[in-house]
Design a binder for this molecule. Sequence first.
Ligand code: PHE
Length: 464
Amino acid sequence: MAKERAQWTGRLGFVLAAAGSAIGLGNLWKFPYITYENHGGAFVLVYLAAIAVVGVPIMMAEILLGRRSQRNAVGAFRVLGQGKPGGRLWQGVGFLGVMTVLSSSRTTASLRDGPSATSSWRSPASWARSRITPQICRRSSASFSAIPTSRSCISLSSWARRSGSSTSGVGRGIERAAKFLMPVLLSILVMLVIYSFWTPGFGEAMRFLFRPNFSELSAGGVLEALGHSFFTLSLGMGAMLTYGSYMRKRDSIPRAALTICALDTLIAIAACIIMFSIIFSFDFEVTKSSTILFTTLPVVFFQLPGGAAVSALFYVLVAFAALTSTISLLEVVASYAIDELGWRRQRATLTMGAAILAFGTLSAVSMGGNETLSKINLIGRPSTAGVFGTLDYLASNWFLPVGGLLIALFTGWILSRDETKEELEEGNGPLGWALPLWRFLIRIAAPAAVGAIIVSVILGAEYQ
Ligand code: PHE
């Protein structure tokens, strides 16, 4: 490819864009609710361990693959796999990523919307309505929940289009968006944490989160923590790989990966502190924890002093977090079209944005609302609802963990030690003891952990 590849303008640009991808509804909606379901404390500790053992090493691997190859997800595996065992077959991993993005547009839609079976991307007015006629609202909102996500893809496309040529695309488009959205997001979060400090439920929330009781942790909880660590860091579908391909050689991959993982984790914990402080401030029985973000919180907010303003802030935060994640999803397929099909950025983003809109809408329409939630969970049950429902099920239950496993195996076993060492040390300096540690994690620990998730999905699917 003769064309010079676009680059982030600096280290901060990359870190913010990648953190923007990682920080999403996985942090603000899913993590608090699975933490609640798994009784806090011990689950949080296991989650932290999963981020360290699975998340950080695979994050480093994905960025490494992108930057070394200077290619999109498919091109990266083709170039790096050349002359190695498996050769061109490894490209399949990249295709898996591209397919995951296309077919999981419904999944992201549900994530953006929360469990759309029970609630959707709603205006305050529709929340109010749903309290009066929840059933009716549920029905009507479920089918169309994919549309906001897809629509955001389209508006992003035009954003990217305005941002000019393909070489300046990421720097001027995505990076600019991240540099605006992420600081706003972080400031809102800090304000909300400070606010929650004054609520009566703060103490109980801290005890719930940080006082581990291992007798309350189940094997399923451990697997859920593992699966989630993967999802929350946007690993397994080439998003980090694609962003890594725009990273400058003089920046350090390990440092960037650690910063992204730390930011993502901090924000997940902060989201828990905020939500649990508010919920525990009331004698509120949470009957369905999966809907905390979209049904419990809006009601509770309004009973707090300054609730309306806090609530507005909070949902701006949620929207921004979802938006920056969506940008990275679109970039996986756009970058593929630009590199592999020779499209210009404008055409790539518009066409792929439209394709995601079509997929998202079709899968939303072809799928029953009430099963949505199980499809978002890594350990869920197969869909019975049409081709798109099935695709969606495959994406969230299989493609992500399988993609992650293959990324770990490729980087750990197929690439040579020297190749990976060179790329990880480029812009960082000698890694010393950290290199053998990373190699152990990427070759043994991460594949074992992700393998366990896959096995549990197989067993789970059989039983249901
Ligand atoms: N990491 C995002 C979240 O936590 C979800 C995501 C997964 C985004 C994969 C892009 C790619 O919500």
